[in-house]
Design a protein around this ligand. Structure first.
Ligand SMILES: Nc1nc2c(ncn2[C@@H]2O[C@H](COP(=O)(O)OP(=O)(O)O)[C@@H](O)[C@H]2O)c(=O)[nH]1
Ligand SMILES: [Mg+2]
Length: 300
């Protein structure tokens, strides 16, 4: 007997507080590194679309910036608008948390989803960091806070529980045709992907306020440039807010910035599948995080 499976498709928004592992989860579900990840909160600034093509489904994952309680800067407000927009677009919501009992902030963050008509699945991530017996009270506490359709414990990092999660997502996905052709992995262009990779390196290589004060803009991107021996020529500017930050970013004799360049060039070459000539510049743009026109220029 053959069973006919209708094709299913839709948007799945990945939401939660900063640093719970939303971007890691997206990357693991997709099987490649699309969204940037760091041990620091607020790495993701914009919504990232990642497309998963299955035999009978197409899932359009939306990774979002972590939900913040306080929006100090225009940048933070834009980040929250991106998260809200993803909620509105979503057919299924994944609310990602760490395996600890919810506090008041979690409760407030859940207000983000109040009255939402679509299924909400609770994903308890990082279960590799706790004993199994500690999970039950966490699941219990969360189910009292919100009527989740499902509660799924996973470890995004160890790819544990993701097959179960994926099966449930497909189950809740509405019937519909594929939205994108099969070779499309995201709606981000190469320029944005490269800019994000540079930002990710900065999150890994610098401390304190530097990553938060840094923005990356691709000034020039020439594919297979004859002037650079047929390599892709990419000139990127890293913006920071103060002169002192510029000094830290560049480092003694330019050493630190060279390190960023060397490390990220290899990643970009892997991403693009082509050799790259990368030039990095650092400029000061005071208070760019408060500047709506500049945020718009960055695509935020
Ligand atoms: N131990 C452990 N760490 C994780 C897991 N998932 C994510 N992380 C780490 O948590 C940090 C934040 O991850 P990220 O995906 O950037 O979180 P986001 O801010 O929610 O997008 C990174 O250091 C990840 O390596 C997990 O399942 N287990
Ligand atoms: Mg993220």
């Amino acid at each position: 007997m053959t069973e006919s499976h209708p094709f299913k498709s839709g948007y799945v928004a990945i939401l939660g507080r900063p640093n719970v592992g939303k971007s890691t989860l997206l990357n693991q579900l997709l099987g490649y590194r699309l969204s940037i990840v760091s041990p620091k909160p607020q790495t993701t600034r914009r919504r990232v679309l990642g497309i998963l093509h299955g035999e009978n489904h197409q899932i359009l994952f939306l990774d979002t910036p972590g939900i913040l309680q306080k929006t100090r800067y225009a940048l933070h407000k834009r980040m929250m608008e991106q998260a809200r927009a993803a909620v509105q677009d979503a057919d299924v919501l994944l609310f990602v948390v760490e395996p600890v009992e919810p506090d008041e902030v979690d409760q407030e963050v859940l207000n983000f989803l109040k009255g939402h008509p679509k299924p909400v699945l609770l994903v308890i991530n990082k279960i590799d960091t706790v004993e199994k017996r500690k999970l039950l009270p966490v699941m219990d506490a969360y189910s009292k806070l919100f009527p989740f359709q499902e509660i799924v414990p996973v470890s995004a990092l160890k790819a544990d529980g993701l097959d179960v999660l994926l099966r449930l997502i497909v189950q809740y996905l509405p019937e519909g045709p594929p939205y994108y052709p099969e070779d499309t992995l995201t709606d981000m262009d190469e320029r944005s992907l490269v800019a994000e990779r540079i930002r990710e390196r900065i999150f890994h290589l610098y401390r304190e306020e530097i990553p938060y004060s840094a923005a990356v803009e691709i000034e020039e991107f020439i594919e297979q440039d004859p002037a650079h021996g047929g390599k892709d020529y990419i000139r990127a500017t890293i913006y920071v807010e103060r002169d002192s930050q510029k000094g830290i970013l560049i480092g003694k004799g330019g050493e630190k910035l060279r390190k960023v360049g060397t490390q990220v060039r290899k990643e970009i070459e892997f991403l693009l599948g082509r050799p790259v000539y990368l030039e990095l510049w650092v400029k000061v743009f005071p208070k760019w995080r408060q500047n709506p026109a500049f945020l718009k220029r960055l695509g935020l």
